[in-house]
Write a protein that binds this ligand. Structure first.
Ligand code: NA7
Length: 547
């Protein structure tokens, strides 16, 4: 059956951009629908002061086009948000993608049509389109988690969320502000955005104290930039064969190979080096062995005690959960910020919020007068945005029903799920996505998916559907990987436990096997004709074969 388009892609973040490029290269007609006014995805929406990427720019760049890599120059070791936004625009123009992206348009529904093996897709302007393939590139971190605090609607001051930050400038000078949440976003708002220097007073409402190691941001010299560009092939080799998809992010050494003195030296050097070194390149058993984990945890607690002058504040800042079982945070001068006279810490587990009033927050121990509340409370991660779209597969089943509201998420190779034929997820659940350098992950995961779609489009296959046994085996393997680590011992967005209304997933939401292994699995699967899918055709049932 003739459709309006070969493929509809939801979202113009980096996944959507790369998918558009790859599908178009194979001759498909594609349209991307993006609710924002520009490309960039999560970088477009999270425009709060201080935001920077915590993967180094050396590898947080597309590498598939050498000239495109070489013609772009990053200014710093970690890209500030504005620079990533410019990079996304650069990629868009360089690959001439803009003409196939429709901005300020949300996909409201996507329903699979069993009689024609096509997708009917509704947009918020009332348009309905048909396509053979539906591709979700809506991002794992794109639906904000906004807690309901008693009395919040009565607050007369300004209220912001890091993930839906306004495009207009926010004025901080002389104001009394609250930051609620101390994950990566909260930490960056607190110490990286220059806010503490402007406000009269900043009160940080911290639920769980975090392990925060220095990022060690720096301006890149011309020589460093030149060297990176001259050595791209070697860099890509290293990324391909690493676990995180970035250089300097793995080690074969166990913490037990060293004496306590040697460990201290290793941790100290990694602390000074910054980036991912402390969490990923010190020892290989920090997130699999509790004793090894304790070495790293204690090192950070000792640092907090050294850095923070007031020992009561230092005590409140000290994390007690297992190191690395929430996403490790990298930020410069985080603990130092609490030595400022105008920065105050409220440990919510000791001093819970009772209510928000028109002019502040009342806790069990006191009242904090405020002009502004900033929520840095994270995301309904991985499945949140997928569930918010009305996606219905075979028999009208919604994706939320299929995945039992998040309790039983299963996605073959992190790409496709049974009952939703011709639907493919970019960086979907159970792909490495948030556990690896996201841009390199896109090249792997989206590149593979685009090749599959290209093969389907070139063949007489009308319908490609993940098999139930394949998705179960994949989900079960992903869960076993997680069980071999300490990650399930902590409640976090990684373990799908940060949204009160959602059940804890039976199968872990992210593939933990690392980039190298995932790449090898995808390559082998492709070489074997894309195993784990059933390919069919209504017109030629016996002859549906991938060419
Ligand atoms: P995170 O990492 O989910 O952090 C959210 C923070 O907000 C965290 O400190 C939470 O405490 C806190 N939180 C959540 N709900 C509440 C309520 N109701 N009250 C008080 N505090 C709360 O989100 P981010 O945006 O910082 O980072 C997400 C990812 O983006 C990051 O990992 C990088 O990959 C980029 P908790 O720890 O749950 O007790």
């Amino acid at each position: 059956m003739k459709t309006d388009l070969d493929a509809i892609v939801v979202g113009a973040g980096f996944s959507g951009l790369y998918m558009l490029h790859r599908l178009r290269e194979q001759g498909l007609t594609v349209r991307v629908f993006e609710r924002g006014t520009a490309v960039g995805g999560t970088w477009y929406w999270n425009r709060y002061p201080g935001l920077q990427c915590d993967t180094e720019t050396i590898s947080y760049s597309f590498t598939f086009d050498k000239a495109m890599y070489n013609d772009w120059t990053w200014s710093r070791r970690f890209a500030p948000r504005e620079e990533i936004q410019r990079y996304a625009e650069y990629v868009t123009d360089r690959l001439d993608l803009r003409k196939d992206i429709q901005f300020q348009t949300s996909v409201t529904f996507a329903h699979f049509q069993e009689d024609s093996n096509t997708w009917k897709v509704g947009l918020d302007d009332g348009t309905v389109l048909t396509a053979r393939y539906l591709v979700t590139a809506s991002g794992p971190l794109s639906t904000a988690n906004v807690p309901t605090l008693p009395g919040l609607p009565s607050f007369a001051g300004e209220v912001y969320h890091t993930a839906t930050w306004p495009r207009e400038d926010v004025q901080f000078a002389g104001k009394r502000i609250a930051v609620i949440g101390t994950g990566s976003s909260g930490a960056q708002v607190i110490c990286n955005g220059g806010i503490a220097e402007q406000v009269e007073n900043m009160v940080v409402f911290q639920r769980t104290p975090q392990y925060i190691t220095p990022a060690k941001q720096m301006v890149l010299s011309e020589e460093v930039v030149r060297e990176r560009k001259d050595n791209l092939d070697a860099l890509v080799e290293e990324m391909k064969n690493s676990s995180f998809g970035a250089p300097g992010t793995s080690t074969d050494r166990s913490a037990f190979e060293h004496t306590p003195e040697q460990r201290k030296e290793v941790f100290e050097a990694a602390w000074e080096y910054g980036a991912q070194a402390f969490a990923l390149a010190t020892y290989n058993d920090l997130t699999s062995n509790e004793e090894a984990n304790g070495f790293a945890a204690q090192f950070v607690r000792d640092k907090i005690s050294e850095i923070v002058t007031d020992q009561e504040t230092a005590r409140k800042l000290m994390p007690t959960y297992l190191f690395g079982t929430k996403r490790p945070i990298k930020a410069d001068n985080y603990y130092e910020t609490f030595n400022r006279d105008n920065v105050e810490l409220v440990a919510l587990k000791e001093e819970p919020i009772q209510e928000v009033t028109s002019n502040g927050i009342q806790t069990a121990d006191g009242f904090y007068e405020l002009d502004m509340i900033i929520f840095a409370t994270g995301f309904d991660a991985v499945t949140g945005t997928l569930f918010n779209m009305d996606i219905r597969g075979v028999g009208g089943q919604t994706l939320r029903e299929k995945w039992v509201n998040g309790a039983e998420v299963m996605a073959h190779l992190g790409v496709a799920t049974q009952g939703f034929p011709n639907m493919f997820m970019c960086q979907g659940p159970q792909s490495p996505s948030v556990m690896a350098n996201f841009l390199y992950g896109i090249e792997l995961n989206v590149g593979w998916t685009a090749r599959l779609i290209g093969r389907l489009a070139a063949s007489n296959v009308e319908r490609a559907e993940a098999n139930a046994d394949a998705e179960f085996q994949w989900a079960d393997m992903v869960q076993k990987q997680a069980e071999a680590t300490l990650l399930l011992k902590t409640e976090s967005w990684w373990s799908g436990a940060n949204i009160a209304e959602k059940p804890r997933p039976k199968y872990f939401l992210t593939y933990l096997g690392g980039v190298k292994n995932y790449r090898e699995v995808l390559d082998a699967n492709e070489a074997n004709g894309f195993e784990g899918f059933t390919f069919s055709s209504a017109l030629e049932p016996a002859a549906a074969v991938l060419v």
